[in-house]
Design a binder for this molecule. Structure first.
Ligand code: ATR
Length: 278
């Protein structure tokens, strides 16, 4: 899979905005670690310029793309061939340009999340009660792999209950998945695992999650990440959660899975995570 030494293979992440993306740094660290000869850049493309940006990158000899907010659904619509996780999530975060010109779409977000939670943080899902807060694109990506990990209970709670219900229907109404409003969780016993998939923290907001759903044995995971504690992590700590993590590990793990899809080489994520934390 290696390129000739003098001509690196080109990869990039496309999003809007894109200045804060850590993907270029992560993939460059992967390349250094594995000796793969690649370049990885960041491309800013607004919604209306997404398809042109993808096709332009391919025409310029690009090999693959990561897709981030707000283009994951558009990427799903654009790809001619889909991996199982992308088809389930209805969203694509990894595009590979096939030799025959076809666009292959994968979604590594769910795998990255599960790997961080179960392997890096050593939190099993099987047989445990899990609460997912939020019913947007981020939640959609993690629900199928969460269900596959066989929790005892999986509750999807959203400010707008109709959106949570619609997502259940989209996922084929699996028997182990329940929809709820935040209010209806009032008085619920604490969950083992609570995942924040709302975008509230990006604006510094903390939704009114009922305190009864969190206890001293709860493990809290924020899909968002920030250099300081996110509002959700602050909430978890204020309620004495057993553990409160944010999505740095998921970010690195989903990137490693994309790297594997493109290069057939799996980077060791631990030193990269340690380096990013520093
Ligand atoms: P993403 O792709 O990041 O998931 P999204 O599809 O726009 O973005 O979804 C955002 C999610 O965050 C939704 O579940 C949204 O709740 P609504 O469906 O009720 O809009 C949730 N969200 C955003 N801001 C919120 C806030 N201040 N309080 C509670 N939920 C919030």
């Amino acid at each position: 899979m290696s390129a000739t030494p003098d001509k690196p293979d080109r990869y990039a992440v496309i999003g809007h905005p894109i200045d804060h993306s850590r993907s270029p740094v992560i993939h460059q660290l992967f390349a250094r670690q594995t000796g793969e000869n690649i370049t990885y850049e960041a491309i800013d493309a607004p919604r209306e310029g997404f398809e042109i940006a993808v096709r332009g990158f391919r025409a310029a000899g690009g090999k693959g793309l990561n897709i981030t907010v707000p283009h994951k659904r558009a990427a799903f619509a654009l790809c001619e061939e889909l991996g199982t996780e992308a088809a389930q999530a209805g969203a694509v975060n990894t595009i590979s340009f096939r030799a025959d010109g076809r666009l292959r779409g994968d979604n590594t977000d769910g795998i990255g999340f599960i790997r961080d939670l179960t392997e890096n943080l050593e939190q099993p899902i099987e047989g445990r009660s899990v609460l997912v807060l939020g019913a947007g694109g981020a939640a959609r990506g993690i629900l199928p792999p969460l269900l596959a990990a066989e929790p005892a209970v999986l509750v999807l709670a959203n400010r707008t209950i109709e959106r949570a219900e619609a997502m259940l229907t989209e996922l084929g109404s699996p028997p182990d998945l329940e929809a709820s409003s935040f209010e209806a969780l009032q008085g619920h016993k604490p969950f083992d695992v609570i995942v924040n998939a709302t975008s509230a923290g990006l604006r510094g907001e903390q939704p009114p999650f009922p305190p009864s759903c969190i206890g001293s044995d709860s493990v809290c995971y924020d899909l968002a990440y920030s250099l300081k504690d996110t509002p959700f992590v602050q909430w978890a700590r204020a309620h004495h959660a057993l553990k409160a993590a944010q999505g740095w590990g998921m970010l690195v793990e989903q990137a490693a899975e994309s790297f594997w899809i493109w290069r057939g080489v799996r980077p060791d994520t631990q030193p990269i995570l340690a380096q990013l934390r520093r």
